[in-house]
Design a protein around this ligand. Structure first.
Ligand code: PEP
Length: 257
């Protein structure tokens, strides 16, 4: 099995305005310099992307800049939307697609999520494709089916070469922002099934499925990060609430080293 470099993302969601966003980025850049051991991305809200990017750049940080969403069309009459090329233009490296809040609050479909994933890759960005089941789906024993379906739809049309820039975030919806975390064993079981789907469910072949990083997301905190990240198929995490505090996020990053 190839050694996979852990990858940890901070999803700031619709939080932090100018001063707090810049201060948090600066603090992370000053306090965490082990990006040789773990890839790190922080995802501020759209208005703060450029200034957070500048803060990271001025500090000489290896932390990447991520966007929480973008539209799939290249340009034109799409009022309120932001294209992948625009993000690339201002220095964004990574874009999230399929986050559960976009699926279940904004009602994005698998077809739209796939279009966004393809557009981001086409624009040269990295993608973190988020998947995961809702509580009623888990209780109905459908966790793996939901994950497989979201993977198959989300990655339809992605080429083997593009898979180098794809990370999967497994985020059980019931664990996001709730303080409830999947047990490390349950999370590992889901990640193992996801990896098997990546290895055997697509035409890229097994070697690519082995290389893809699969993050866990859902109430990861300094106290549970080490055990989660220690599982064989958990290659880091996507962190919401705990990424808003430098102390907590740095402790989580250190747990991934
Ligand atoms: C997320 O926003 O992707 C997330 C996992 O949030 P939290 O860590 O707060 O559960």
């Amino acid at each position: 099995m190839p050694a996979r470099k852990p990858f940890v993302g901070g999803n700031w969601k619709m939080n932090l305005h100018t001063d707090d966003a810049v201060a948090l980025a600066k603090s992370l850049a000053d306090r965490f310099d082990a990006t040789d051991k773990v890839d790190v991305v922080i995802c501020p809200a759209f208005p703060y992307l450029a200034m957070v990017g500048k803060t990271l750049k001025d500090a000489g940080s290896g932390i990447k800049l991520g966007a929480q969403d973008a539209y799939f069309q290249a340009d034109g009459a799409f009022t309120g939307e932001v294209s992948m090329a625009m993000l690339k233009d201002i220095g964004v490296d990574v874009v999230l697609t399929g986050h559960s809040e976009r699926r279940h609050v904004i009602n994005e479909t698998d077809v739209l999520i796939n279009a966004k994933t393809l557009a981001a890759l086409e624009a040269g960005l990295e993608v973190i494709l988020c998947i995961g089941e809702k509580i009623e789906q888990r209780e109905a024993g459908q966790t793996h089916q939901i994950n497989m379906a979201q993977l198959e739809y989300g990655l339809a049309g992605v080429t083997a070469e593009q898979m180098d820039r794809v990370t999967i975030a497994y985020e059980p919806v019931w664990a996001i922002g709730t303080g409830k975390t999947a047990t490390p064993a349950d999370a590992q079981e889901a990640h193992d099934r996801i990896r098997r789907c990546l290895k055997f469910g697509f035409e890229w072949g097994e070697a690519i499925g082995d290389k893809v990083r699969i993050q866990y997301g859902g109430s990861v905190k300094p106290g549970n990060a080490k055990e989660l990240f220690g599982q064989a198929d958990i290659d880091g995490g996507l962190i919401g609430g705990a990424s808003l505090k430098a102390d907590d996020f740095v402790a989580i990053l250190e747990a991934a080293c």
